[in-house]
Design a protein around this ligand. Structure first.
Ligand SMILES: Cc1cc2nc3c(=O)[nH]c(=O)nc-3n(C[C@H](O)[C@H](O)[C@H](O)COP(=O)(O)OP(=O)(O)OC[C@H]3O[C@@H](n4cnc5c(N)ncnc54)[C@H](O)[C@@H]3O)c2cc1C
Length: 441
């Protein structure tokens, strides 16, 4: 008898399993493909590894500003080798952790038979609890047929030769990250987006600045554009015909729901995901669901937190999830937001600090971008950030918002100088009329 069997060995399943084992529970993961799930094998890790290569190209172009001459040339085979090595290391790391805790990995397709039994290719396992963490899959519009040249992100992150002309359908997070990396690695990139702006859910400063940066870099951005047809060599769109070698379909993801089993066990779900409470329990109390399958977000860091919450509850430690979710885009420039946008607050108070007013950004010559703080009465409720390392700076911002840290506490915290991180304190100073780094107006 297991304390829990986890169906799906992605980041949320691995986090849940590890936490259960840490608390002394007996746990197994059933995984039908590769440990680490989408994140390690086809998502976060390969994209960020390729973005790391692209960033080096960017730094190479920028080197002369610092008095250094470098000749940048790209060996795409080695970019691929680096990416694949990062995936391999991450997967091995996850496996080693599971192994060190004595967590069994059972390979094969798992399915819930009843609320205490999980089956896998004819074998059955008895368990006190089940955690469903089967992840998500890409959504493909009806008008689009995948082929050897029309790919999803899963195939594109495995590509071995650089496409000369890459057309990306969808200007969301995934589309923007691929556009940034392939543009710097040498592809001619076009983004086709149906909406009239990029990142419409964030505040207008982010949306507008992203559009300007993308265009300025030389990436073609077609907004308010619909794809009508994809022939063998062109994408026919409402803005004209665009030639391609490779098309990336980046139009979103949806939870992978084992619908027949959910129906049989009378577990409640909608097309957006399995319904869970704050403890990550479904309506069948010993069946939990975590990660993309819940549809609460399609982000690894949310899934991992949900996994820990489910594990704590299974092992008798009361825990509830709190959804203060950082939203990062690792494009060039980076974007990171947390909490409410200005649009979501009644009578908001906002302040913006630009990186050009931050000493470390001047030193590094990374002066593009800004941090905007959003306050509701005296509380800090959101940050919208664009610019250098904001996907790191968001950690302090997330803590401020999720833990309701007061302006007084932030202002009395000494931030090291010169650092990019000073910008978070500066934003609070500005919002409270105490900013010291600009001339008196
Ligand atoms: C290109 C791309 C880039 C991304 N970048 C980021 C990023 O930078 N940061 C971030 O936070 N998120 C990112 N994501 C999203 C992130 O990858 C997912 O949110 C995360 O992987 C979800 O974790 P999960 O555990 O819920 O599911 P998954 O990672 O999808 O894992 C589910 C696992 O379950 C297995 N499985 C499914 N059904 C069964 C079954 N019946 N039996 C056994 N096993 C089964 C699958 O094989 C899979 O291994 C990215 C996604 C993509 C596509």
């Amino acid at each position: 008898m297991y304390d829990a069997i986890i169906i799906g060995g992605g980041p949320s399943g691995v986090a849940a399993a590890t936490r259960i084992a840490q608390l002394g529970g007996k746990v197994a993961i059933i995984e039908k493909d590769k440990v680490g799930g989408v994140c390690v094998n086809w998502g976060c890790m390969p994209t960020k590894a390729m973005l790391a290569s692209a960033k080096v190209v960017k730094e190479g172009f920028h080197a002369e500003t610092f008095g250094i001459k470098v000749k940048t040339s790209i060996d795409f085979k080695k970019v691929v080798a680096y990416r694949d090595a990062v995936i391999e290391k991450s997967r091995e790391h996850a496996k080693q952790i599971l192994e060190s805790y004595g967590i069994e990995i059972i390979y094969g397709e798992g399915a819930m038979i009843d609320k205490n039994t999980v089956g896998k290719n004819g074998s059955t396992f008895q368990t006190k609890n089940i955690i469903l963490s089967t992840g998500s899959e890409v959504t493909i519009p009806n008008t689009i047929q995948l082929s050897k040249k029309v790919l999803t992100s899963k195939e594109l992150v495995q590509i071995k030769t650089l496409p000369k002309k890459l057309v990306i359908i969808g200007g969301g997070v995934i589309g923007l990250e691929f556009a940034s990396m392939f543009h710097l690695l040498g592809s001619q990139v076009t983004i086709i987006e149906m909406a009239d702006k990029l990142l419409p859910n964030e505040d207008k400063e982010i949306s507008q600045a992203m559009q300007e940066h993308i265009t300025k870099q030389g990436i073609t951005l077609l907004l308010s554009t619909k794809v009508e047809q994809i022939t063998n060599d062109v994408v026919v769109s409402s803005s004209g015909k665009i030639p391609y070698d490779v098309v990336l379909v980046a139009t979103g993801r949806k939870p992978l729901l084992p619908i027949l089993t959910l129906d049989r066990l009378k577990i409640q779900y909608t097309s957006k995901g399995v319904l869970v409470n704050e403890k990550m329990q479904t309506n069948v109390k010993n069946v939990y669901c975590v990660g993309d399958t819940t549809g609460k977000s399609i982000l690894a860091h949310v899934g991992m937190q949900q996994g820990v919450v489910a594990a704590n509850n299974i092992m008798g430690q009361k825990d509830e999830i709190q959804y203060c979710i950082p939203r990062c885009i690792y494009s060039f420039p980076e974007v990171a937001c947390v909490g409410k946008t200005e649009k979501e607050v009644k009578n908001p108070k906002t302040a913006i600090i630009h990186f050009k007013d931050v000493a470390k950004a001047i030193i590094d010559d990374k002066q593009e971008g800004f941090v905007k703080i959003i306050m509701e009465k005296e509380n800090i409720v959101g940050f919208q950030m664009m610019g250098p390392s904001v996907t790191e700076l968001i950690n302090e911002a997330a803590l401020i918002v999720s833990a309701n840290i007061t302006t007084k506490q932030i202002l009395s915290t000494i931030h090291p100088h010169p650092t990019l991180g000073e910008i978070v304190k500066f934003a609070v100073q500005k919002a409270t009329g105490q900013f010291l780094e600009e001339t008196k107006t």
